[in-house]
Each structure stands twice: as C-alpha cells, then as structure tokens.
Design a protein around this ligand. Structure first.
Ligand SMILES: NC(=O)c1ccc[n+]([C@@H]2O[C@H](COP(=O)([O-])OP(=O)(O)OC[C@H]3O[C@@H](n4cnc5c(N)ncnc54)[C@H](OP(=O)(O)O)[C@@H]3O)[C@@H](O)[C@H]2O)c1
Length: 340
C-alpha cells in the first residue's frame, strides 16, 4: 500500500543519467506502467503521481497498457506541482495493430492526447511484428493475418516514426523486442537511427550479445522485467521459467547489503549500463533509494554475470505467424531473420 512507502523525496540529480547519441540525458531508472492486468489504471496513475513526488522523472508508458488517459491526468498534476516538462522523460509505444502508414502518426497523437503532453521524449515500435491479438488473450491465441518480420514493411513504419521526429511530436525514436539481424537492417536503412532498444534484461536473462551490439552502436539498452516480473499474468508463465529474486547468489548479496533481492537486480542493472524500468505500486521508492549508496562490488557484479540462465520470460508466442512454430522463431536464434 502506498501509505507504507516513505515519502521522503530523493533528489533526481542524485540518480545516474544516460546520455543518448543526441546528447539528451535520460534518467537511468524509470517507472514501468504495465499493471500485468491485476493493478488498476487508477492505482498505476496514483503511483506515477507519488513516484514523481519522491523523485522519479522517467516513466515508461504504452498505448496497449490501457492506462495512458489516467496517467495523463497524473502528468497534469505533476506539472502543476511545479515540476517542469523538460525535467520529465516520457516514453510511449506504437502498438502492433498500428504499424500501417496511416496509423503511426494518428496513434502517436492519440497517446499525446491521452498523456496530456505535446511531445514525447521517446516513442518506440513496441514489437517488430504487425500482428493484432486481443488484450488479455491466452498464449495459444493467433491472429489469422499474422505476418513474419518483413523489413520493407518495418521501414515503412519507421519512416513514419522519423516523420514524428521531424514534426516535433517526438524527441527520439527507438525499437523494442528486436534482434541483432533486424537491428542491422534498420541501422543500414534508417535516416534517424534508434536512440534506444527496449529489451528484456534481468540477472537470469542478460542477453550479452544483443546488449553489446546495441551499446557498440550507440543505442541505449532499456531493460524491461528487471526484477523478473514476479507479478506477470499466468499466460506469460511456463514451467521452465526461473526467478532471479530467488537465486541464491542474489539472495546472498541482498542479505549482505541489507536490501530486498529486487533492489539487487536494480543496482546490478544500473551498474551494468542498462536503464531498468521496474513496475511498482508498492516499492518504487526502494528502487530509486537503492541507487544512492552502497554499490555492488566488482566481485558481486561478476557473481551476477555468472548466473545468467538465458531464461526469456516474455516469449511473445502470440506473434507467431505459422502453425507448428515455437516462440524461438521470433528471436532469430541462429543469427538470421527467421524466414517466412
Ligand atoms: N517493451 C516491452 O515489450 C515490455 C514488455 C514487458 C514490460 N515492459 C515494461 O517494463 C516494465 C517492468 O516489467 P514488469 O512489470 O513485467 O516486471 P518487473 O518490473 O520485473 O516486476 C514488477 C513486480 O516487481 C515488484 N517489485 C518491484 N520493485 C520491488 C521491490 N523493490 N521489492 C519487492 N518487489 C518489487 C512489483 O510489485 P509492487 O507493485 O507490489 O511493488 C511488481 O509485482 C513494465 O511495467 C512495462 O513498463 C515492456
């Protein structure tokens, strides 16, 4: 309950920042806003208000989370409280059923309207697949018109993303749920290159090659599910999944520092160089406060590097386009884009 959270503010200037290739600064931790179907839009909007009051400046939103209108009301309150727009970093994302050339700009404008903003700091293509599936559907659900990744189509969507930058509606554009072969094509063809790639990153899924690839190409990695998404819906769970916050190495480091295992995951993420965006309506202050002191040692960072289990939690099964495929087809595991 939010009443249990200390309201003592944290100076946003004390939170590390990432410098994007444009020179813009992005706070190195953000608040996720996807309530995994069990936290109401109002409760999340209230967490956004309270989190801004205690020092958060970075918020990860998306149209598909179904709560941008409520979060927009929170942003109005935050701006009225005296926090300036330029102090905030707001991300939103284009959903999969809006990749069409006529839909991208309209969809961004709708998010801006809902969020009560006149520009976004960052707009992402949420998934590289244009496949609609209804909210809350089961992992076995498939769209009858599902398509594989088709680079020419993605570039048509990307051109509209670039237009949003030129129109001044969006400061940066970026990708999410991409792979190295897809990013290679995009970097070859983009006029405005992605400033970030949002990707699943936690101690049990460290994606070292993709992480290195984006960093080497001047793209900031934003890490989703940084705690291992303990509250994710049943439909996103499989028996093979593991939990970083139950890992003995994380538990031991947490015990040594006197913090929750979740805070170890956040400290590790920020020290490694990604920008975690933990969702929280109850512990969000801890996820900022843990960055203020007592960093993980080099040895602890190495111990965490060694517990990677290559355990992807968000597998994306609903985006599969052919019968008989398994989720691995979405992630180009053999280094080439999975053929149609
Ligand atoms: N781009 C994409 O495709 C994509 C995909 C998935 C997620 N995301 C973004 O990433 C965000 C985070 O992912 P996620 O929500 O799945 O997982 P997550 O941030 O790994 O986990 C959130 C869960 O951890 C708990 N938690 C957070 N901080 C804690 C702490 N210090 N101590 C104990 N428990 C703590 C939260 O509980 P309380 O609420 O009780 O604090 C919540 O149940 C999403 O909200 C969304 O913005 C993006």
């Amino acid at each position: 309950m939010s009443t249990a959270i200390s309201s003592a503010p944290i100076d946003p200037a004390a939170i590390p920042q990432r410098t994007l290739y444009t020179g813009a600064k992005m706070p190195a931790v953000g608040l996720g806003t996807f309530g995994s179907d069990h936290v109401s839009a109002e409760a999340i909007a209230q967490a956004v208000r309270d989190a801004a009051a205690i020092g958060y400046r970075h918020f990860d939103c998306a149209s598909v989370y179904g709560n941008e209108a409520q979060i927009g009301a929170a942003f109005s309150d935050i701006l009225q409280s005296g926090i300036k727009r330029e102090e905030l970093w707001v991300t939103s994302k284009l959903w999969n059923d809006k990749h069409g050339e006529d839909d991208v700009i309209a969809s961004c404008k709708q998010s801006l309207h809902d969020l009560h903003l006149d520009y976004l700091d960052l707009y992402l293509v949420h998934w590289p697949f244009p496949n609609f599936h209804p909210p809350h559907c089961d992992v076995t659900s498939r769209s009858p018109d599902a398509k594989p990744y088709i680079h020419e189509n993605y570039m048509r969507t990307w051109r509209k993303m670039e237009e949003l930058v030129n129109m001044g509606l969006v400061r940066h554009i970026g990708t999410s749920n991409m792979t190295i072969p897809k990013l290679k094509l995009l970097l070859r063809d983009a006029r405005i290159k992605p400033a970030v790639n949002e990707m699943e990153l936690h101690p049990h899924f460290q994606q070292p090659q993709l992480f290195q690839y984006v960093v080497e190409n001047g793209i900031q990695p934003i890490g989703y599910c940084p705690i291992g998404s303990p509250g994710r819906p049943e439909r996103d769970r499989t028996p093979e999944d593991t939990s970083p916050t139950e890992d003995p190495v994380i538990l031991e480091i947490a015990r040594r520092h006197g913090i929750h295992p979740a805070a170890v995951c956040i400290k590790w993420a920020v020290q490694r160089g990604q920008t975690p965006i933990p969702f929280s309506v109850n512990h969000y202050r801890d996820n900022l406060a843990c960055l203020l002191n007592d960093p993980l040692s080099t040895e602890e960072m190495q111990q965490i590097a060694a517990i990677d289990r290559n355990c992807r939690l968000i597998k994306g099964q609903v985006f599969l386009w052919k019968d008989g495929q398994t989720w691995e087809a979405l992630w180009d595991l053999n280094g080439e884009i999975t053929p149609a």
